[in-house]
Design a protein around this ligand. Structure first.
Ligand SMILES: Cc1cc2nc3c(=O)[nH]c(=O)nc-3n(C[C@H](O)[C@H](O)[C@H](O)COP(=O)(O)O)c2cc1C
Length: 254
């Protein structure tokens, strides 16, 4: 199948998903894919049937975070073949790939390939540190070669991905960062929040019902003034060490 253009869309609050998207774009360098950041709203596009799309989303509680699904509302395919990557913190992907596939199908995309790629866990970055690493990049290169073979074979078939319906419940985490005494009210956190959970006029606060605990606000605060109470953070980080023990390898579906 002839592909006119290859567009890669990634949602990455703290950079792990972006790193995985960059590794994949390097593996597809011959096609010079564009890398488009959809962490914040604003990208609107309709893709043709002769384009290839890739979507990189993080896994939260075995699901796709709500704002990722919201970004799809301004992206539309017209039978466009798509490659999906669920990027996760070395625990599990659970139902996230199936949720991605179904959401993209409703927007006119056909999933022809999918991958599970490990990145640092944003709630405990020691987990998955340095990934994707050299071994991962070899697997990603093999995946890209498999995608190329599939495209060379004519109109690519849709692929089955793991997951169950109804999707598992994810009730969120107790980690809802707020601004402390050092907050200067600059509003950078509010502008960067992918969930719109920080009121721009009162950036010390957080709308807990909207916050997805992505930790982006803590990363972008120039004053280091945003945080969650240390005991809560330490308890979550410690629990994750057990759940994420042992190296998970990249998986792909073609
Ligand atoms: C609230 C939350 C829930 C998460 N749930 C999972 C999970 O179920 N399984 C997993 O392996 N990683 C999980 N992670 C880790 C992220 O999927 C991983 O760190 C991802 O790379 C984050 O993307 P980013 O660095 O681009 O923000 C979770 C992270 C957060 C913040």
């Amino acid at each position: 199948m002839e592909i006119r253009r290859f567009r890669m869309f990634y949602f990455s609050p703290t950079g792990g998903v972006k790193g995985a998207a960059e590794a994949l774009s390097q593996a597809f360098a011959a096609r010079t894919p564009s890398l488009e950041d959809i962490t914040l709203p604003g990208v609107c596009a309709e893709l043709g049937g002769d384009e290839l799309a890739a979507f990189f989303f993080p896994v939260y509680g075995g699901r796709v975070p709500g704002p990722c699904l919201a970004r799809l509302e301004t992206l539309r395919g017209t039978g466009t073949p798509a490659l999906l990557a669920a990027v996760y913190g070395n625990r599990a992907v659970d139902d996230a790939l199936l949720e991605m596939k179904n959401a993209l199908s409703a927007r006119g995309f056909r999933t022809v390939a999918a991958a599970e790629i490990v990145a640092p866990h944003s709630l405990n970055t020691k987990i998955g540190e340095g990934r994707p690493d050299g071994k991962d990049r070899e697997a990603i290169a093999a995946f890209a070669a498999g995608v190329e073979r599939k495209l060379a074979g004519g109109e690519p078939e849709e692929v089955e991905v793991p997951g169950n319906m109804p999707y598992q419940d994810f009730g969120g985490t107790p980690l809802k960062p707020t601004g402390g005494r050092g907050c200067t009210g600059c509003g950078r956190c509010a502008a960067a929040c992918p969930a719109g959970a920080i009121p721009p006029d009162r950036p010390r606060e957080v709308d807990k019902s909207r916050c997805i605990s992505c930790m982006r606000c803590i990363r972008v605060c120039p004053a280091g003034a945003r945080s969650v109470p240390l005991p809560v953070r330490a308890a979550v980080a410690a629990a994750l060490v057990q759940k994420c023990a042992g190296r998970r390898e990249i998986k792909f579906y073609l």
